[in-house]
Design a protein around this ligand. Structure first.
Ligand SMILES: Nc1ncnc2c1ncn2[C@@H]1O[C@H](COP(=O)(O)OP(=O)(O)OP(=O)(O)O)[C@@H](O)[C@H]1O
Ligand SMILES: N[C@@H](CCO)C(=O)O
Length: 303
């Protein structure tokens, strides 16, 4: 085995009413530089060490082993994985998906599995439970998908996405997905569900036909999860006025939160400077679509 590098994009899930079903890959990355070693070891950036273990309890390793075992192998060649992480942990930008998708890619490479993207997606869904983050992290672009525990149906699309800016408004605290899911109701009224499903359908049709203004409006119409989760995001109710003043088409809680993402079809330095000043309690980062999904790169000297 030679040295190689795996690069996995961040993702933003739900996009409002596309709950557990719609997601986009964005221009922030976890990079894993891998080389043969005597024993498994993950070099984790200092600020992430309280949350990401360096040994075999690391989610990347656990996922790689799960993948290997699912394919009939009982071990993986020991590897030193040096992680560079630009995807903040537990902020709603798909950090756990970067680990899951990175782990599958790692097993694929170490054991020459040559899994298809569909096979990787299926394994990732079995681990993550829902497809909306792992799908775009594997394929890039926007992914619309459904997984019922057995059947995985999906439609990726990328057309026209490059022109959009997805502004991430990132608080400086963690919110674990498990906690944010714990706030959701067990049941929902039939009429309300029909209405929510209608909003999600219009969201997807608007994205597919590049009707960005309508897509933005639908992002804000969500009633599946945002009304229940807003309480965990101080300041969320004040974003609308601030963002609309700068021409935002709509905004939503990214994944399980606490990051909010706002959609812009026109972006410039002036908007960025003003929003950074107004939203100074948050890290404000303009992001763009990632079109490739996860990639493995082998240095020319190792080929
Ligand atoms: N690079 C990584 N390597 C290993 N484990 C990671 C990595 N990044 C995240 N994790 C694991 O995933 C957990 C965070 O997952 P969680 O689902 O709560 O948040 P998220 O994926 O960032 O948010 P969301 O799913 O809403 O987008 C961390 O506590 C850690 O256990
Ligand atoms: N769809 C998921 C994304 C976070 O993993 C949620 O909102 O809980």
């Amino acid at each position: 085995m030679s040295r190689f590098q795996i690069k996995v994009p961040a993702t933003s899930a739900n996009l409002g009413p596309g709950f557990d079903s719609v997601g986009i890959a964005l221009s922030k990355y976890v990079t894993l530089d891998c080389e043969p070693a005597e024993a498994w070891y993950f070099s984790v950036p200092e600020e992430d060490r309280p949350y990401i273990p360096s040994g075999k309890s690391n989610l990347i390793y656990k996922t790689a082993l799960f993948t290997a075992e699912a394919l009939g192998f009982d071990s993986l060649p020991p590897t030193h994985v040096e992680m560079t992480n630009d995807v903040p942990i537990a902020r709603g930008l798909g950090s756990s998906s970067t680990a899951v998708v990175g782990g599958i890619e790692l097993a694929d490479r170490l054991l020459n599995l040559e899994l298809s993207r569909y096979e990787k997606f299926k394994i990732a869904c079995d681990i993550e439970g829902h497809p909306d983050n792992v799908g775009p992290a594997i394929f890039g672009g926007i992914m619309v998908s459904n997984y019922d525990g057995e059947q995985l149906d999906y439609v990726p699309f990328t057309d026209g996405m490059e022109q959009l800016t997805w502004l991430a408004i990132i608080p400086d605290y963690h919110l674990e997905t498990e906690k944010a899911r714990g706030l959701l109701p067990v049941e929902i009224d039939y009429k309300e569900a029909v209405n929510n499903s209608g909003s999600a359908n219009v969201l997807v049709a608007a994205l597919a036909t590049k009707n960005w203004a309508l897509a933005g409006r639908m992002m804000q119409s969500d009633q599946w999860h945002q009304p229940y989760r807003q309480v965990l995001i101080p300041g969320f109710s004040s974003f609308k006025e601030v963002l609309e003043k700068e021409g935002s088409l709509g905004h939503y809680i990214s994944g399980a939160g606490p990051t909010t993402v706002a959609l812009f079809d026109e972006w410039n330095d002036g908007k960025e400077a003003r929003l950074k000043e107004t939203l100074s309690d948050f890290k404000v980062e303009p992001l763009h679509v990632n079109l490739s999904g996860v990639q493995t790169l082998v240095p020319a000297s190792e080929k």
